[in-house]
Write a protein that binds this ligand. Structure first.
Ligand SMILES: [Zn+2]
Length: 208
């Protein structure tokens, strides 16, 4: 399913979301999980001819965000310098999937500058050491990868390249930016509060 976020910015809602910015450069943010490849081809091709994508940016290199990178044969690929280093040094631990690690190692992934086209790059180590968020300042759209999701849900910090000790600092930095639209890597349902917790007034204690 395709959702329009603001003019020329689209979200392809799958198990891992893909974003498309149809600006003077055609930009894809994250390429989704390979298991969704059929849907990626079906839906994304309604928005853009894959050969015409100029830039692919990865918020981080986990397999469910990079799984269809090889659909974009003419694009330049970017991820943070740290993410690229971890792909080399840590390998599968940085991607969490052997097949996708092999695919990514064959692609030239360039280190992200501080600003790329309309997007400001904000380094947010935590979920992975090399995680970034991307801010489209003019439209106040934040692409947050797996750092933060809707409903105040945060990304996991217990994975091989996670930096749990950096997460709170990254979040504090992130909230200092002005954004109106949160575009996370996955859509999360709000956790329903179990009745007995509600009844006892213990929502806060249990993190709801
Ligand atoms: Zn991830």
């Amino acid at each position: 399913m395709i959702k329009k976020i603001v003019s020329n910015v689209y979200k392809l809602v799958l198990s891992s979301n893909i974003y498309f910015l149809d600006l003077n450069k055609k930009i894809i943010i994250d390429t989704g999980d390979r298991k969704d490849r059929g849907d990626v081809k079906l839906w994304l091709s309604k928005l853009v001819d894959f050969e015409r994508v100029d830039v692919v940016i990865f918020t981080h290199l986990h397999y469910d965000h990079t799984g269809n990178a090889d659909l974009f044969s003419n694009a330049e690929f970017y991820a943070s310098k740290k993410a690229v280093e971890d792909l080399e040094k840590v390998g599968v631990g940085a991607v969490l999937n052997k097949q996708i690690t092999t695919i990514l190692r064959k692609i030239e992934i360039k280190p992200l500058p501080k600003k790329l086209s309309v997007l400001r790059v904000i380094e947010t180590p935590g979920h992975t050491a090399g995680s970034v968020c991307l801010l489209y300042e003019k439209e106040k759209v934040l692409f947050s990868g797996d750092t933060v999701f809707d409903n105040n849900i945060l990304g996991r910090v217990d994975l091989p390249t996670s930096k749990p000790e950096k997460m709170s600092e990254s979040l504090m930095n992130l909230v200092s930016y002005d954004f109106k639209h949160l575009c996370p890597g996955h859509d999360c349902e709000a956790k329903p509060v179990p009745k007995f917790i509600k009844k006892a007034g213990l929502e806060k204690k249990f993190g709801y």
